[in-house]
Design a protein around this ligand. Sequence first.
Ligand code: ADP
Length: 655
Amino acid sequence: MIELKNINKTYAGGEGGVQALQEISLKISQGEFVAIMGPSGSGKSTLMHVIGLLDRPDSGSYLIEGTEMARLSGDDMARLRNRLFGFVFQQFHLLPRMTAVENAAMPLVYAGKRHLKENASKKIDEVGLGTRARHRPNQMSGGEQQRVAIARSLVNEPAIILADEPTGNLDTKSEEEIMSVLTRLNGEGKTVVIVTHEKEIAEYAKRIILMRDGRIVSDEKKGRSSGGADSGAERIPIKDIICASCKSAGQAQLMDYLRQAASAIFLHKLRTFLSVLGILIGVAAVIAMLALGQGASDTISRQLSSLGSNLILVLPGSSRVHGVAMGTGTVTRFTFQDVDSVRRLTGKVNRAYGGVNGRGQLVYADKNWNTQLEGVGVEYPEMRNAIPAVGRFFTDEELRIRAKVAVIGATVARELFGDENPVNKSIKINLINFKVIGILPAKGASGWHDQDDNVVIPVTTAMYRVLGKDYLDNIFVEVVSPELIEETQEDIKKAIIKNHRLNKEGEDTFQIRNMAELKKTLEETTKTMGLLLGSIAAISLVVGGIGIMNIMLVSVTERTREIGLRKAIGARNVDIMVQFLIEAALIGFIGGITGVLLGSGVSSLIALVAGWAVKLSPFSIILATGFSLIVGIVFGIWPAHQASQLNPIEALRYE
Ligand code: ADP
């Protein structure tokens, strides 16, 4: 069944290296019970690793059922380790976080036979641990742990059991138990190869191979060997194992990986939490800021559209640099004459009014309130979508006689009057007595600006009685239809230039804005803010990714022996790689999800406490989680690759 011819293996190190195996030639038939003996360092383990396809020899030929092993790919070697061999190690190599049955079932994952899970329970029963199937390794004695390892080696019904000093760590009683299990298995037809340096253990075997300095010095069969000649024995379908498995049957299932990743993560809750902190905070910050920004810009654009798209705003000062006057610093001061000449643009202009702005200190009874004071024309309610909800607006006549009447915003009404009806009450604005004649409709807050915190009075009263201004601060113009906006803007410009006898340079002393422009500015601001948030997100994701990479590297180092074991029982490089990648992705995902939750929570809290408009977009949530997941994968690649490239033997020996 197994045939080694002139096998050599030299380890680097020392002078000319260590010749662990020299010209080893050996045949083992099916059903044999072989003990490989010899002093420490004689090459026993190395020989067993070569036989078990855990290591490749430097030269020589190794045939199993006539198939040359030297030509096999790493993946095929893994498949054969999984199906053909069962390994039992001196240190048991059980995974501490799994129960006995789960440990025994591990090779099934890599055989794609997860559904045969009861097989693992059966094997646990067979080694006499039926009652302890749900126990974890640390709840069992050494002998029991080794029996679990034997059950694990049997679960894929291998033809050959390879045991490396299986009783090395055990007391005499456990030793006897283990050896009787192995003897029974041999009686059932399994080939058993055991490495030992103890004579008593070797006594159980039917053939003893003695090694010294990398050579076989004797090879004795005891009595009439029952195994021997392969004649009657069933042949092992090597080609089928290699080929049946290469058609995906050998792939472990995604669910298994996920379960493994989850259990590894939950084992180290604090560590996982700390490693996702970067991603968590970044995602939370971005989600919260996006929600606030989106909320604010939504409110503003809603208000802008309620104003109508055919409004034009004429302002003093240059528009060249964000409204700050440049050059000579001269500013055109608007008068009512300008408003009249704009009104005269019939067919283009529907209505227009000039206005002034200032602050007003309001007093009613013992209450004080500082607010925005607007002097406007009678056209204000129609043009600005602000027909009083309660009471009335002022009239032409009141405007003409500079009447001391005021229409107040909802916030002002609430602050000064509480539950009282403000209409017809007398208040003081900047120490001047006014009569409240109406309340403006509530418009709501936009971000940090409360639109209902204002008071509106006739522009004439504002200029000459309250604020002491001789010129208008702005002119609002309503154009007949949006298509005429550009044309009308030109006409207004000409009219004002003519009124003020401005020259070419003077054109820059006032500016004309329309709502479409304002909307564009708003969109640009939103875009800039988006870019800013995007870069914050990118930085935090990179920082978070490095955190994940760090923790994954630690995890790989920490679980080196686990990786070695998984490889020994048949995990291919890609299986290990995928396992660690999924773990990294899961960590990233957890960071993303908790970040989204935290961010949503914080923004909702702000909305509640500060009363700002907040809008969570599902798109940003999906994007944030998706990116966190991707970051996990990207930064997990390197550690996962490191893990997959580990040499199984070195990994198993790792302390
Ligand atoms: P045994 O199992 O009989 O104790 P081994 O097969 O483990 O012997 O080792 C045989 C020889 O090879 C020893 O001299 C040992 O020091 C050497 N050796 C084993 N593994 C390595 C390795 N990874 N690197 C270098 N030398 C090694």
